[in-house]
Design a protein around this ligand. Structure first.
Ligand code: ZN
Length: 222
């Protein structure tokens, strides 16, 4: 996959997102530009898509999540995995076709660790998608499942929970987001601290990657 396809530009080196690594997919953190790109529809399902969906499910379970969207693994194609405890969904080209009612749950995101945002969404939805064999599916979902599906489908449009945060909430999580952005650059092979110019810059960088003491844990990780 080229840098253009992943939407990554330096200092995000190409090789870290190479699909030849197979299981080398990693969860991308807030600040990585891939999370803000629009994913492309899957026109023809290939064994590669099935492989990606399996890797995504593994990443989701390993991270203690109940949902994951392909852009979170650096893949800009419309695929999601969801498991709220009642079985694994691997969905291709999911789309919300009907919305009813309202609910607001505190949502976390595997790409925005340590941040919780109350998000207002539809309470009941109908999603059309394809399974990994290309078979069309229609899923009627309510409550938590509806919430998770909407969260993951948001990811496919480059939309994150932080976009739903109120002004006050934005102020509260601003520092956390700045830290995550730095971490995202570092994890993607950005400029290592020892190569940064100036000792002041170096110290600041090191301070900011220290573990958070007041990290708020969110029950729902999606
Ligand atoms: Zn998420």
């Amino acid at each position: 996959m080229s840098a253009k396809e992943t939407g990554l530009t330096p200092p995000f080196p190409k090789e870290r997102n190479n699909m030849e690594e197979g299981t080398g997919l990693r969860i991308k953190l807030f600040g990585d530009p891939v999370l803000r790109k629009k994913a492309l529809a899957v026109k023809k399902i290939t064994p590669r898509h099935k492989q990606i969906l399996s890797s995504m499910a593994r990443l989701m379970y390993e991270g203690g999540g109940i949902g994951l969207a392909a852009p979170q693994a650096g893949i800009l194609e419309t695929m999601i995995t969801v498991d709220i405890g009642s079985g694994l969904y691997k969905l291709i080209n999911p789309k919300v076709v009907k919305r009813e009612g309202r609910q607001a749950l505190e949502e976390g995101c595997l790409s925005v660790p340590g941040v919780c945002v109350k998000v207002r969404r539809a309470k009941k939805i109908t999603v059309h998608a394809q399974d990994e064999e290309g078979k069309p599916l229609s899923i009627e979902a309510e409550d938590l499942l509806a919430c998770v599906l909407q969260h993951e489908i948001d990811h496919l449009r480059g939309r994150l929970i932080v976009d739903y945060a109120s002004f006050i909430e934005r102020m509260r999580i601003k520092k956390k987001l700045e830290k995550l952005s730095r971490q995202a650059i570092e994890e993607s092979g950005g400029i290592p601290p020892e190569y940064q110019i100036g000792s002041a810059g170096k110290k600041r960088f090191q301070d900011e990657i220290l573990p958070e003491s007041e990290t708020k844990s969110c029950k729902l990780q999606l």
